[in-house]
Write a protein that binds this ligand. Sequence first.
Ligand SMILES: [Zn+2]
Length: 259
Amino acid sequence: MLNFWRRVSTECWVDTNVHLERLTPSPDTVVSQARQANIVLIATGTQPGQWRWLQSIRGVGKAYGLHPEAIPAADDWLTELRACLVHDVDAAVGEVGLDWRPAFADHDLQERCLRAQLALAIELDRAVILHVVKAHQAMLTILRDFPGLRFTVHAFTGSADIADQYLALGGYLSAGGLITRKPAPRVLSVFATMPEDRILLESDAPDLPMAGQAVSDPCHLPEIGRVLAALRGVSTASLAIQTQQNARVLFGGGCVQSG
Ligand SMILES: [Zn+2]
């Protein structure tokens, strides 16, 4: 994502997961409102139809991936995903993952789709945004087969033990609106104490709104950041800078300079 990050001011907040296609205002409006609020967006496309749509959107970082809720019957999606990623050398892979809730596809199929996408991420040297629900042990087992993979677990709500295992694999954990809504104490404790160089922020807009909001919006990110900064006992400004640097290292492959 080097080209994208070169144009981003080091002062900005970075929202590492936005579902632009499900927000009510036009993408141009969302992007320009965020820019005015000093927020840069990474928009995730979660199925083939959204990948095609996302390719036309300007001014955002992008991630393309097949979400476990969107696994199609035909399996030609991997060819299309590869084409999207090759076409957009700045793009990450995501959201992809495992979701063991009953309404989702069977576990073997989800794991096959995930492994194919992690292999693609390694091959093309891209970061991965992971969606993990009720499936952390299975995810950790799979991740151990992909050493060197750059990844973040979005909207992390697991225990300290699970967090430690992702961190030991080099992973990042992303905090969103949930931390403003009195989550389980274990979640607050993970984000209060985890290493500062592995934290990311996300709105997950329009999902997972912060306290007092019915719908999440990228413009809520500074408030989520303010709550996280207070939790960690650091200034909001330093948290903004740290989390942007983290996003640059993860998604930009280590580039921390603007210019
Ligand atoms: Zn998700």
